[in-house]
Structures are given as structure tokens and as C-alpha cells.
Design a protein around this ligand. Structure first.
Ligand code: ATP
Ligand code: MG
Length: 76
């Protein structure tokens, strides 16, 4: 894990853009997670949202069904 921080305009976004282009060229999977000012009470909100979307969790599904999806072997 790498934390990129610094004052505005020192090319943080440009650095990330270049890194993403390298990763794409190597054929690796890129996942972008973003925090939200509306979910500051949930530290893992971006990760939770990603897992819910990737595994297509439905609102009506119970914990048991969600766990079964989590335990399925990765399809890619
Ligand atoms: N290698 C580069 N060559 C030319 N221009 C660059 C390069 N890196 C950054 N820039 C330019 O410098 C400016 C600031 O870069 P960037 O947006 O990446 O900064 P930042 O650190 O993400 O800033 P912020 O904190 O405001 O988001 C942009 O206009 C960008 O196009
Ligand atoms: Mg930026």
C-alpha cells in the first residue's frame, strides 16, 4: 500500500494516472475505491460498497446467502 499526499498541484493525480496506465498495459485488474463525505462513520465504506457490487448482493438477501457468495471461488 502506498499513501500519496502533498500540497495541491504537485502532480499526485498525474502520478496515479500514470500508474493506472502501467497496470492496464500489464493486463492486471484495476479497482478504484472512493471515500464519501456521506459515509464518514464507516471506515471501510468504499471496500464494503465494492464487495456488495462485485458479488451483486441484493437488499433482500440474508447473511447466509451473502456468505455463500463470498465463499464461491473467484470467477476471473
Ligand atoms: N509530468 C507532468 N508533466 C506535465 N504537466 C504535469 C505533470 N504532472 C502534473 N502536471 C500538471 O500539473 C498540474 C497539477 O497536477 P495534478 O493535478 O496531478 O496535481 P495534484 O497533486 O493531484 O493536485 P490536487 O491536490 O489539487 O488534486 C496539472 O495541471 C497537471 O496537468
Ligand atoms: Mg489531484
Amino acid at each position: 500500500m502506498v499513501l500519496i499526499s502533498g500540497r495541491s498541484g504537485i502532480s499526485k493525480s498525474a502520478l496515479v494516472k500514470t500508474l493506472r496506465a502501467y497496470v492496464r498495459r500489464e493486463g492486471l485488474t484495476r479497482v478504484a475505491l472512493r471515500g464519501s463525505p456521506y459515509h464518514t462513520n464507516s471506515a471501510l465504506y468504499p471496500v464494503i460498497a465494492h464487495v456488495q457490487q462485485a458479488l451483486r448482493f441484493a437488499r433482500h438477501e440474508h447473511g447466509r446467502e451473502k456468505l455463500a457468495k463470498l465463499e464461491q471461488p473467484c470467477s476471473h
